[in-house]
Design a protein around this ligand. Structure first.
Ligand code: ZN
Length: 422
Protein backbone atom coordinates (compact mmCIF):
# COMPACT_ATOMS: atom_id res chain seq x y z
CA UNK A 1 0.00 0.00 0.00
CA UNK A 2 1.49 3.31 -0.95
CA UNK A 3 1.84 6.13 1.50
CA UNK A 4 -1.06 8.18 0.13
CA UNK A 5 -3.41 5.20 0.15
CA UNK A 6 -2.43 4.39 3.72
CA UNK A 7 -3.28 7.91 4.85
CA UNK A 8 -6.57 7.74 2.96
CA UNK A 9 -7.55 4.45 4.52
CA UNK A 10 -6.65 5.70 8.00
CA UNK A 11 -8.79 8.74 7.40
CA UNK A 12 -11.61 6.55 6.12
CA UNK A 13 -11.33 4.28 9.18
CA UNK A 14 -11.28 7.27 11.52
CA UNK A 15 -14.32 8.66 9.75
CA UNK A 16 -16.24 5.39 10.14
CA UNK A 17 -15.38 5.19 13.82
CA UNK A 18 -16.32 8.71 14.70
CA UNK A 19 -19.05 9.74 12.30
CA UNK A 20 -21.89 8.77 14.66
CA UNK A 21 -20.41 10.75 17.52
CA UNK A 22 -19.76 13.81 15.33
CA UNK A 23 -23.31 13.57 14.02
CA UNK A 24 -24.65 13.30 17.60
CA UNK A 25 -22.50 16.16 18.87
CA UNK A 26 -23.95 18.46 16.24
CA UNK A 27 -27.55 17.51 17.10
CA UNK A 28 -26.87 17.93 20.83
CA UNK A 29 -25.29 21.31 20.15
CA UNK A 30 -28.33 22.49 18.21
CA UNK A 31 -30.99 21.15 20.61
CA UNK A 32 -29.21 22.61 23.65
CA UNK A 33 -28.66 26.03 22.07
CA UNK A 34 -30.33 29.17 23.43
CA UNK A 35 -32.85 29.19 20.59
CA UNK A 36 -34.47 25.99 21.93
CA UNK A 37 -34.87 27.51 25.43
CA UNK A 38 -34.41 24.20 27.26
CA UNK A 39 -37.10 22.54 25.08
CA UNK A 40 -39.80 23.45 27.57
CA UNK A 41 -42.93 25.58 27.29
CA UNK A 42 -41.42 29.05 27.12
CA UNK A 43 -40.18 30.78 23.96
CA UNK A 44 -41.79 27.97 21.95
CA UNK A 45 -38.83 25.68 22.82
CA UNK A 46 -40.73 22.38 22.66
CA UNK A 47 -42.25 23.19 19.27
CA UNK A 48 -38.93 24.29 17.79
CA UNK A 49 -37.35 21.00 18.89
CA UNK A 50 -40.25 19.03 17.37
CA UNK A 51 -39.85 20.97 14.10
CA UNK A 52 -36.15 20.15 14.01
CA UNK A 53 -36.76 16.41 14.49
CA UNK A 54 -39.53 16.42 11.91
CA UNK A 55 -37.14 18.07 9.41
CA UNK A 56 -34.59 15.33 10.09
CA UNK A 57 -37.16 12.57 9.57
CA UNK A 58 -38.10 14.21 6.27
CA UNK A 59 -34.43 14.45 5.26
CA UNK A 60 -34.01 10.68 5.76
CA UNK A 61 -37.19 9.92 3.81
CA UNK A 62 -39.12 8.40 6.72
CA UNK A 63 -42.82 7.62 6.29
CA UNK A 64 -45.25 9.48 8.52
CA UNK A 65 -48.74 8.74 9.85
CA UNK A 66 -49.67 12.39 10.12
CA UNK A 67 -48.73 15.67 8.53
CA UNK A 68 -45.20 16.79 9.56
CA UNK A 69 -44.81 13.49 11.48
CA UNK A 70 -46.51 15.11 14.47
CA UNK A 71 -49.08 13.63 16.83
CA UNK A 72 -50.52 16.51 18.82
CA UNK A 73 -51.92 16.42 22.34
CA UNK A 74 -52.71 18.88 25.12
CA UNK A 75 -51.08 19.35 28.50
CA UNK A 76 -51.28 21.63 31.54
CA UNK A 77 -47.90 23.01 32.50
CA UNK A 78 -46.52 25.59 34.94
CA UNK A 79 -44.00 27.94 33.30
CA UNK A 80 -41.50 30.63 34.33
CA UNK A 81 -40.97 32.66 31.19
CA UNK A 82 -40.98 36.15 32.74
CA UNK A 83 -38.91 37.53 35.58
CA UNK A 84 -37.49 35.25 38.24
CA UNK A 85 -35.71 37.61 40.61
CA UNK A 86 -34.81 37.03 44.24
CA UNK A 87 -33.06 39.59 46.44
CA UNK A 88 -31.88 38.85 50.01
CA UNK A 89 -31.38 42.02 52.09
CA UNK A 90 -30.66 43.94 48.89
CA UNK A 91 -28.37 41.29 47.34
CA UNK A 92 -29.61 39.94 44.01
CA UNK A 93 -29.01 36.20 43.59
CA UNK A 94 -28.98 34.18 40.34
CA UNK A 95 -31.77 31.91 39.14
CA UNK A 96 -30.67 28.35 38.47
CA UNK A 97 -27.31 28.79 40.20
CA UNK A 98 -28.05 30.43 43.58
CA UNK A 99 -31.70 29.52 43.82
CA UNK A 100 -34.48 27.55 42.18
CA UNK A 101 -38.21 27.61 42.84
CA UNK A 102 -40.50 24.67 43.40
CA UNK A 103 -41.78 23.63 39.92
CA UNK A 104 -45.35 24.17 41.20
CA UNK A 105 -44.52 27.69 42.46
CA UNK A 106 -47.22 30.34 41.86
CA UNK A 107 -46.36 33.90 40.82
CA UNK A 108 -45.19 36.06 43.72
CA UNK A 109 -43.87 39.60 44.03
CA UNK A 110 -43.12 41.97 46.90
CA UNK A 111 -40.88 42.37 49.90
CA UNK A 112 -41.35 40.11 52.92
CA UNK A 113 -39.79 39.46 56.32
CA UNK A 114 -37.67 36.37 56.85
CA UNK A 115 -38.48 34.26 59.91
CA UNK A 116 -36.11 31.40 60.70
CA UNK A 117 -37.54 28.16 61.96
CA UNK A 118 -35.41 26.46 64.59
CA UNK A 119 -35.39 22.66 64.01
CA UNK A 120 -34.37 22.18 67.66
CA UNK A 121 -37.85 23.36 68.71
CA UNK A 122 -39.38 20.23 67.12
CA UNK A 123 -40.69 18.11 69.98
CA UNK A 124 -40.60 21.05 72.39
CA UNK A 125 -44.30 21.71 73.00
CA UNK A 126 -43.84 25.12 74.59
CA UNK A 127 -41.62 26.44 71.82
CA UNK A 128 -43.84 25.00 69.09
CA UNK A 129 -47.02 26.50 70.61
CA UNK A 130 -45.35 29.88 70.78
CA UNK A 131 -44.13 29.58 67.17
CA UNK A 132 -47.57 28.45 66.04
CA UNK A 133 -49.24 31.49 67.58
CA UNK A 134 -47.31 33.91 65.36
CA UNK A 135 -48.74 35.48 62.23
CA UNK A 136 -46.67 34.59 59.16
CA UNK A 137 -48.94 35.87 56.41
CA UNK A 138 -46.48 38.58 55.34
CA UNK A 139 -43.38 36.53 56.03
CA UNK A 140 -41.30 33.81 54.49
CA UNK A 141 -40.44 30.94 56.81
CA UNK A 142 -36.81 29.93 56.44
CA UNK A 143 -35.99 26.27 56.97
CA UNK A 144 -32.29 25.48 56.95
CA UNK A 145 -32.07 21.85 55.89
CA UNK A 146 -28.33 21.81 56.58
CA UNK A 147 -29.15 22.17 60.32
CA UNK A 148 -31.32 19.06 60.34
CA UNK A 149 -29.74 16.36 62.48
CA UNK A 150 -32.14 13.42 62.47
CA UNK A 151 -34.92 11.71 60.52
CA UNK A 152 -37.67 12.97 62.86
CA UNK A 153 -36.64 16.57 62.19
CA UNK A 154 -36.43 15.82 58.47
CA UNK A 155 -39.92 14.30 58.38
CA UNK A 156 -41.26 17.31 60.29
CA UNK A 157 -39.72 19.95 58.01
CA UNK A 158 -40.78 18.01 54.93
CA UNK A 159 -44.31 18.18 56.32
CA UNK A 160 -43.88 21.95 56.71
CA UNK A 161 -43.73 22.28 52.90
CA UNK A 162 -47.53 22.03 52.92
CA UNK A 163 -47.44 25.38 54.78
CA UNK A 164 -49.47 24.59 57.91
CA UNK A 165 -48.24 27.88 59.44
CA UNK A 166 -49.89 29.87 56.63
CA UNK A 167 -46.78 31.80 55.71
CA UNK A 168 -46.56 33.91 52.55
CA UNK A 169 -43.98 31.39 51.38
CA UNK A 170 -41.14 29.11 52.39
CA UNK A 171 -37.39 29.37 51.86
CA UNK A 172 -35.45 26.13 52.03
CA UNK A 173 -31.72 26.55 52.64
CA UNK A 174 -29.62 23.72 51.22
CA UNK A 175 -26.14 22.65 50.18
CA UNK A 176 -27.03 19.82 47.90
CA UNK A 177 -27.11 20.24 44.14
CA UNK A 178 -30.24 21.77 42.61
CA UNK A 179 -32.39 19.33 40.65
CA UNK A 180 -35.27 21.13 38.98
CA UNK A 181 -38.42 19.75 37.35
CA UNK A 182 -41.67 20.74 35.70
CA UNK A 183 -45.20 20.60 37.05
CA UNK A 184 -48.75 20.27 35.71
CA UNK A 185 -50.22 22.53 38.42
CA UNK A 186 -49.52 25.44 40.78
CA UNK A 187 -49.38 25.29 44.56
CA UNK A 188 -51.05 27.96 46.69
CA UNK A 189 -47.71 29.10 48.17
CA UNK A 190 -44.19 29.61 46.82
CA UNK A 191 -41.22 27.51 47.94
CA UNK A 192 -37.77 28.88 47.09
CA UNK A 193 -34.58 26.81 47.46
CA UNK A 194 -31.47 28.89 48.21
CA UNK A 195 -27.78 27.90 48.49
CA UNK A 196 -26.60 28.02 52.09
CA UNK A 197 -23.73 30.48 51.57
CA UNK A 198 -26.08 33.15 50.18
CA UNK A 199 -28.38 33.60 53.15
CA UNK A 200 -27.70 33.94 56.88
CA UNK A 201 -29.57 34.36 60.16
CA UNK A 202 -28.77 38.09 60.11
CA UNK A 203 -30.73 38.61 56.86
CA UNK A 204 -34.08 40.27 57.47
CA UNK A 205 -35.93 40.49 54.13
CA UNK A 206 -36.56 38.74 50.86
CA UNK A 207 -37.75 40.60 47.77
CA UNK A 208 -39.27 38.54 45.01
CA UNK A 209 -40.42 39.01 41.45
CA UNK A 210 -41.33 35.54 40.24
CA UNK A 211 -43.52 35.39 37.19
CA UNK A 212 -45.28 32.01 36.92
CA UNK A 213 -47.95 31.10 34.37
CA UNK A 214 -49.97 27.92 34.45
CA UNK A 215 -50.58 27.16 30.78
CA UNK A 216 -53.74 25.15 30.32
CA UNK A 217 -54.35 23.00 27.24
CA UNK A 218 -50.95 23.87 25.78
CA UNK A 219 -50.60 21.94 22.53
CA UNK A 220 -47.46 19.84 22.21
CA UNK A 221 -46.60 16.71 20.22
CA UNK A 222 -44.85 13.41 19.69
CA UNK A 223 -42.85 13.15 16.46
CA UNK A 224 -43.11 9.80 14.64
CA UNK A 225 -41.60 8.42 11.46
CA UNK A 226 -41.04 4.89 10.22
CA UNK A 227 -39.12 2.80 7.73
CA UNK A 228 -41.12 0.03 6.07
CA UNK A 229 -39.69 -3.47 6.52
CA UNK A 230 -38.75 -5.44 3.40
CA UNK A 231 -40.12 -8.81 4.59
CA UNK A 232 -42.53 -8.36 7.50
CA UNK A 233 -43.63 -4.72 7.30
CA UNK A 234 -46.48 -5.47 9.72
CA UNK A 235 -44.07 -6.02 12.61
CA UNK A 236 -42.37 -3.06 14.24
CA UNK A 237 -39.26 -2.38 16.27
CA UNK A 238 -39.72 0.97 18.08
CA UNK A 239 -36.80 3.26 18.87
CA UNK A 240 -37.89 6.04 21.20
CA UNK A 241 -36.47 8.98 23.13
CA UNK A 242 -38.06 12.06 24.65
CA UNK A 243 -36.96 15.36 23.13
CA UNK A 244 -38.56 17.74 25.68
CA UNK A 245 -36.81 19.11 28.73
CA UNK A 246 -37.69 21.50 31.57
CA UNK A 247 -37.27 24.87 29.89
CA UNK A 248 -36.21 28.02 31.68
CA UNK A 249 -36.44 29.70 35.08
CA UNK A 250 -36.80 33.38 34.32
CA UNK A 251 -35.19 35.12 31.38
CA UNK A 252 -31.59 33.92 31.92
CA UNK A 253 -31.48 30.43 33.40
CA UNK A 254 -31.75 27.81 30.66
CA UNK A 255 -31.86 24.12 31.53
CA UNK A 256 -30.32 22.76 28.31
CA UNK A 257 -30.93 19.02 28.92
CA UNK A 258 -27.94 17.77 26.92
CA UNK A 259 -27.65 14.36 28.57
CA UNK A 260 -31.40 14.40 29.36
CA UNK A 261 -32.29 13.95 26.58
CA UNK A 262 -30.74 15.65 23.57
CA UNK A 263 -28.36 12.66 23.69
CA UNK A 264 -31.11 10.03 23.31
CA UNK A 265 -32.88 12.17 20.72
CA UNK A 266 -29.68 12.25 18.65
CA UNK A 267 -29.40 8.48 19.07
CA UNK A 268 -32.80 7.81 17.47
CA UNK A 269 -32.21 10.39 14.72
CA UNK A 270 -28.86 8.69 14.08
CA UNK A 271 -30.58 5.28 13.97
CA UNK A 272 -33.16 6.71 11.56
CA UNK A 273 -30.31 7.92 9.34
CA UNK A 274 -28.60 4.52 9.56
CA UNK A 275 -31.64 2.39 8.75
CA UNK A 276 -32.80 4.64 5.94
CA UNK A 277 -29.63 3.81 3.98
CA UNK A 278 -30.42 1.25 1.22
CA UNK A 279 -27.78 -1.22 2.50
CA UNK A 280 -29.30 -1.21 6.02
CA UNK A 281 -33.00 -1.54 5.14
CA UNK A 282 -34.55 -3.78 7.82
CA UNK A 283 -36.71 -6.88 7.29
CA UNK A 284 -39.34 -5.62 9.74
CA UNK A 285 -40.53 -2.05 10.02
CA UNK A 286 -38.81 0.39 12.37
CA UNK A 287 -40.76 3.17 14.05
CA UNK A 288 -38.95 6.15 15.54
CA UNK A 289 -40.80 8.10 18.22
CA UNK A 290 -39.49 11.34 19.72
CA UNK A 291 -41.80 11.79 22.69
CA UNK A 292 -43.00 15.14 23.98
CA UNK A 293 -43.78 16.05 27.60
CA UNK A 294 -41.85 13.20 29.23
CA UNK A 295 -40.61 15.56 31.91
CA UNK A 296 -44.17 16.62 32.71
CA UNK A 297 -45.03 13.01 33.63
CA UNK A 298 -44.47 10.68 30.63
CA UNK A 299 -47.41 12.45 28.97
CA UNK A 300 -46.36 11.84 25.35
CA UNK A 301 -45.89 8.10 25.74
CA UNK A 302 -49.06 7.78 27.83
CA UNK A 303 -50.95 9.57 25.06
CA UNK A 304 -49.43 7.36 22.38
CA UNK A 305 -50.37 4.04 24.00
CA UNK A 306 -53.97 5.31 24.24
CA UNK A 307 -53.90 6.57 20.64
CA UNK A 308 -51.59 4.26 18.69
CA UNK A 309 -51.45 4.42 14.88
CA UNK A 310 -51.55 0.60 14.66
CA UNK A 311 -52.29 -2.12 17.25
CA UNK A 312 -49.63 -2.15 19.98
CA UNK A 313 -49.34 -5.94 19.65
CA UNK A 314 -47.56 -5.40 16.32
CA UNK A 315 -44.59 -4.01 18.22
CA UNK A 316 -41.96 -6.76 18.55
CA UNK A 317 -39.78 -4.67 20.85
CA UNK A 318 -39.40 -1.08 22.02
CA UNK A 319 -35.91 0.24 22.80
CA UNK A 320 -36.15 3.54 24.67
CA UNK A 321 -33.02 5.66 25.08
CA UNK A 322 -32.78 8.44 27.67
CA UNK A 323 -29.44 9.79 28.97
CA UNK A 324 -27.05 8.50 26.32
CA UNK A 325 -24.33 11.05 26.93
CA UNK A 326 -21.70 9.18 28.95
CA UNK A 327 -21.15 5.44 29.49
CA UNK A 328 -17.79 5.46 31.29
CA UNK A 329 -19.25 3.01 33.84
CA UNK A 330 -21.32 1.07 31.31
CA UNK A 331 -25.06 1.11 30.65
CA UNK A 332 -28.19 -0.02 32.46
CA UNK A 333 -31.10 -1.91 30.95
CA UNK A 334 -34.46 -1.35 32.66
CA UNK A 335 -36.92 -4.26 32.27
CA UNK A 336 -33.93 -6.57 31.72
CA UNK A 337 -35.25 -9.02 34.29
CA UNK A 338 -38.56 -9.71 32.55
CA UNK A 339 -37.05 -9.48 29.05
CA UNK A 340 -34.31 -11.94 29.79
CA UNK A 341 -33.67 -12.99 26.16
CA UNK A 342 -33.14 -9.39 25.08
CA UNK A 343 -30.69 -8.85 27.94
CA UNK A 344 -28.81 -12.10 27.16
CA UNK A 345 -28.41 -11.15 23.50
CA UNK A 346 -27.04 -7.71 24.46
CA UNK A 347 -24.65 -9.40 26.91
CA UNK A 348 -23.47 -11.93 24.34
CA UNK A 349 -22.64 -9.17 21.84
CA UNK A 350 -20.95 -7.01 24.45
CA UNK A 351 -18.86 -9.92 25.78
CA UNK A 352 -17.59 -10.52 22.26
CA UNK A 353 -17.04 -6.89 21.19
CA UNK A 354 -16.32 -5.20 24.51
CA UNK A 355 -18.32 -2.10 23.66
CA UNK A 356 -19.09 -1.02 27.25
CA UNK A 357 -17.69 -1.89 30.68
CA UNK A 358 -20.89 -3.61 31.79
CA UNK A 359 -24.59 -3.88 31.08
CA UNK A 360 -26.36 -3.60 34.40
CA UNK A 361 -29.58 -5.54 34.72
CA UNK A 362 -32.47 -3.64 36.29
CA UNK A 363 -36.12 -4.55 36.88
CA UNK A 364 -39.26 -2.59 36.18
CA UNK A 365 -39.09 1.21 36.69
CA UNK A 366 -41.52 3.98 35.76
CA UNK A 367 -38.68 6.36 34.92
CA UNK A 368 -39.04 6.97 31.17
CA UNK A 369 -41.20 6.42 28.07
CA UNK A 370 -40.80 2.63 27.91
CA UNK A 371 -43.04 2.35 30.97
CA UNK A 372 -46.52 3.08 29.50
CA UNK A 373 -45.76 0.52 26.74
CA UNK A 374 -44.60 -2.06 29.26
CA UNK A 375 -47.81 -1.49 31.24
CA UNK A 376 -49.78 -2.30 28.07
CA UNK A 377 -47.93 -5.60 27.67
CA UNK A 378 -45.49 -4.43 24.97
CA UNK A 379 -41.99 -5.89 25.24
CA UNK A 380 -40.09 -2.73 26.15
CA UNK A 381 -36.60 -1.98 27.46
CA UNK A 382 -34.97 1.28 28.47
CA UNK A 383 -31.23 1.92 28.07
CA UNK A 384 -29.28 4.65 29.86
CA UNK A 385 -25.57 5.31 30.22
CA UNK A 386 -23.73 5.45 33.57
CA UNK A 387 -20.73 7.38 34.91
CA UNK A 388 -19.21 10.69 33.92
CA UNK A 389 -21.08 13.98 34.33
CA UNK A 390 -23.27 14.46 37.41
CA UNK A 391 -25.24 17.28 35.75
CA UNK A 392 -28.94 16.39 35.79
CA UNK A 393 -31.99 18.67 35.58
CA UNK A 394 -29.76 21.66 36.20
CA UNK A 395 -28.19 24.52 34.25
CA UNK A 396 -24.92 22.56 33.96
CA UNK A 397 -26.31 19.81 31.70
CA UNK A 398 -24.88 21.59 28.66
CA UNK A 399 -23.74 20.34 25.26
CA UNK A 400 -20.15 21.43 25.98
CA UNK A 401 -20.11 19.42 29.22
CA UNK A 402 -21.33 16.25 27.52
CA UNK A 403 -18.58 13.81 26.51
CA UNK A 404 -20.66 11.26 24.55
CA UNK A 405 -17.77 9.04 25.61
CA UNK A 406 -19.44 5.71 24.73
CA UNK A 407 -21.96 7.00 22.20
CA UNK A 408 -20.42 5.13 19.23
CA UNK A 409 -20.12 1.93 21.22
CA UNK A 410 -23.76 2.06 22.39
CA UNK A 411 -24.86 2.83 18.82
CA UNK A 412 -22.96 -0.23 17.55
CA UNK A 413 -24.26 -2.38 20.39
CA UNK A 414 -27.83 -1.48 19.45
CA UNK A 415 -27.38 -2.01 15.70
CA UNK A 416 -25.52 -5.32 16.29
CA UNK A 417 -28.41 -6.36 18.52
CA UNK A 418 -30.96 -5.58 15.80
CA UNK A 419 -28.93 -7.63 13.27
CA UNK A 420 -28.82 -10.55 15.71
CA UNK A 421 -32.51 -10.19 16.63
CA UNK A 422 -33.93 -10.32 13.09
ZN1 ZN B 1 -35.43 14.19 32.86
Amino acid sequence: MNYRLLILSILFYFNLQSQNKIFAKEIVKILTSENYAGRGYVKNGHNKAADYISEKFKEFGLNGFDSDYKQKFKIHVNTFGGNAKVTIDGRLINAGIDFIVNPSCPAVSGKFDLIWFDPKSIGNRKKMTKFNSRDFKNSFLVIDKTEITDSIQLAFVNGMMSNQFNAKGIVVVQNKKFTWGISQYQNSHPIIYIKQNLISHTDKTIELDINATLKKDEITQNVLGYIRGTETPDSFIVFSAHYDHIGMLGTNAIFPGANDNASGTSMIIDLARHYSLPENKPKFSILFIAFGAEEVGLLGSKFYVKNPYFPLKKIILQINTDIMGTGDDGITMVNAVKNHNVYETFQKINNKKNYVKKIKRRGKAANSDHHPFDEKGVKAIFLYTMGGSKAYHDVHDTGENLTLSKYNEVFQLITDFITEYR
